[in-house]
Design a protein around this ligand. Structure first.
Ligand code: CA
Length: 525
């Protein structure tokens, strides 16, 4: 080799080495995700009914987002939005039961090709028709997965070949054990990683772990002020739903019957904890409001018991990051696929665009960058997560993604062009069929002060002043003084639907999936 060429090659070698070193300094991403965990069950959010010391560590050492909202408040769709950075009508996953098209562009695939090692461990819930795509490693529950003794599907090399393993124990603990195993033994030392560590808890039907079967037995959890909401001023959707504490909770939900898949030992511990409580309930022969109050207590205590195990296990993972020094260069993000009604409006479950289930918790810890103990008020969304993860990895955000990177907010900046309103659309209501929880299709827009909702197949509108009425008890749509606000917000909906390329679903017969015809634009006068 000629000397000049040799020194040129040496220069190239040096440059590529420095590139590798630069690549190594990119942060790891740990995405901690739960299912149906409402922010008002997290003490960092000021919960009046719960303490979550480990989850609070993330907010105390980082940033808490007060206004994170999902685009479609239901499990599978929220996960599909996070994978793709696109609304349901773009990623094709409108409602639970749809199959996620894993061949499409997702952020884990893009991170993988950018040199990240990617893994997902825990609840996937985007269908078993194909293994998770875009991951070097996955070990996921089958469907919803049970609270005890889960079967999990493991793909050790992203080939799509999955091995089934039946575990014995409590699922929240098992998912954490597997995530820690991967952190300890599964990582390639020279690559940054992105791990999605995703719990089933605290999804229905809220079966507590062995450690917490009797937690809260001797206390009464405060009731929400609108547990006995009568939906005055609201339309058919709120009246006709099937998700009330009073009518919808089943004997299984209420633990009047034990879970069916427990080992003898687990069942004995379960019955020892629940039978005395159930015996007292049967003797009391409660009726009317007293029965509703009892159901609320049983429901909320079990929900909080499930959260307690999540909190413990998140603590184990945070401790591991601290002990190994990984914490220093790892961005930890905590969120849940949506919020949940904790007896609010007399409900459990989600789906509606009302605050309790529309809002997602979002807490982010990024040592050395995000100022500890900060609170952000910008309107952000699960449609921003994919873009954020790509930005953290120094990657371009593809133009067809529909959200915005949150990285400037993590840095404490306040970009001028941030969204002033957020668009929502929920689809899971099938015409003339019994649909889970019977919540009507709706779209809507929320800005800092107001929320306008349209239940479009029954053409009913609702408007709320979130400042005067944060619990959304008074629909002011028909009050004359709001006419201008309504006009502006309707124009905003039209504009957002146009920008997001939302197809017109109003003419559909609420079939599955909604029509993908382009929205008819009215000719301009
Ligand atoms: Ca969920």
């Amino acid at each position: 080799m000629k000397p000049l060429l040799r020194s040129f090659s040496f220069l190239i070698l040096l440059l590529s080495l420095s590139y590798v070193q630069a690549a190594d300094s990119r942060p790891n991403i740990l995405f901690i995700f739960t299912d149906d965990h409402a922010s008002h069950a997290i003490s960092a959010y000021g919960s009046e009914i719960n303490q979550t010391p480990n989850l609070d560590r993330i907010a105390n050492e980082g940033m808490l987002f007060r206004n994170c909202f999902c685009t479609n408040s239901i499990c599978g769709p929220s996960r599909a939005v996070i994978q793709t950075g696109k609304y349901s009508h773009k990623n094709g996953f409108y409602m639970n039961g749809n199959k996620f098209d894993g061949t499409q562009q997702t952020f884990p695939k893009l991170l993988q090709s950018a040199g990240y090692q990617t893994a997902v461990i825990g609840k996937w819930h985007l269908g078993e028709h194909m293994a998770p795509q875009g991951y070097n490693y996955s070990e996921v529950l089958v469907g919803q997965g049970p609270y005890y003794n889960p079967i999990m599907l493991r793909d050790v090399d992203g080939s799509g070949n999955q091995v089934r393993t039946k575990y014995t124990g409590y699922t929240t603990d098992i998912i954490t054990d597997l995530a820690l195993d991967w952190l300890k033994e599964g990582r390639e030392g020279d690559k940054p990683f992105m791990l999605m560590y995703q719990h089933k808890a605290p999804h229905r039907n809220w079966q507590p772990g062995p450690k917490y079967l009797t937690m809260y037995d001797d206390v009464t959890i405060p009731e929400p002020s609108n547990l006995f909401d009568n939906y005055e001023t609201r339309g058919r959707a709120a009246h006709e739903q099937d998700m009330s504490v009073e009518h919808t909770l089943t004997p299984d939900d209420l633990k009047l019957t034990p879970p069916r898949n427990l080992t003898d030992e687990q069942l004995a511990a379960w019955n020892a904890a629940y039978e005395p409580k159930n015996e007292a309930f049967r003797k009391a022969n409660l009726k009317g409001d007293d029965l509703i109050r009892w159901k609320y207590q049983r429901y909320i205590k079990d929900y909080l018991r499930c959260v307690a195990s999540v909190d413990d296990n998140v603590g184990r993972v945070l401790d591991y990051l601290d002990e190994t020094g990984l914490a220093k260069n790892t961005v930890v993000v905590y969120s849940s696929d949506q919020g949940f009604y904790l007896g609010d409006h007399g409900w459990f479950d989600k789906r509606f665009m009302y605050e309790e289930s529309y809002r997602q918790p979002l807490m982010v810890r990024w040592p050395g960058v995000t100022k500890p103990g900060t609170v952000d008020e910008h309107l952000v969304s699960n449609v921003d997560f994919a873009e954020t993860f790509l930005d953290l990895a120094g990657q371009e955000v593809p133009a067809d993604m529909q959200g915005m990177s949150l990285v400037p907010l993590f840095r404490g900046e306040s970009p001028d062009n941030w969204r002033k309103s957020h668009y929502y659309q929920y689809y899971e209501f099938l015409n003339n069929q019994k649909t889970a929880h019977m919540v009507r299709r709706h779209y809507g827009v929320r800005n800092e002060r107001y929320k306008l909702i349209h239940f479009y197949n029954i053409d009913e509108w609702e408007l709320y002043d979130l400042e005067a009425d944060p619990r959304e008890m008074r629909n002011i749509y028909t009050e004359a003084q709001y006419a201008d606000i309504i006009k502006e917000m309707k124009a905003d909906i039209v504009s957002l639907q146009k920008d997001l390329e939302v197809p017109d679903d109003r003419g559909s017969v609420e079939s599955n999936p909604p029509s993908l015809q382009p929205r008819q634009q009215k000719p301009k006068k």
